[in-house]
Unconditional design. Structure first.
Length: 94
């Protein structure tokens, strides 16, 4: 069963299970369509394989077969210019 990772490995964009912007390779490396088209030109930077549209798991199956919560972000040369969201810090209110 596909892991359905929740984000793009390059820009950390959220990719929920229903996203039509998610792309995967045969090793389930996960990227958004923008990074695939404009940074990797359709090839996975990890394995060199094709990046294709990730299937959308039917909503009724997500309860029994939930998407992964494990976020993967890797430093690829093509991602060096990508601005990622800041890491959440301690809460400023008390």
């Amino acid at each position: 069963m596909l892991e359905l990772r929740p984000n793009c490995e390059c820009c950390d964009r959220d990719l929920p299970p229903s996203s039509d912007a998610a792309r995967i390779c045969t090793f389930e490396c996960t990227f958004c369509a923008d990074c695939v088209d404009n940074r990797f030109f359709g090839s996975c930077p990890n394995c060199g394989g094709d990046l294709v549209a990730r299937p959308i798991r039917p909503e009724g199956k997500l309860h029994r077969f939930p998407a992964s919560l494990r976020r993967v972000v890797k430093a690829h040369a093509a991602c060096a210019s990508v601005q990622r969201p800041p890491e959440p810090g301690p809460s400023s209110w008390a």
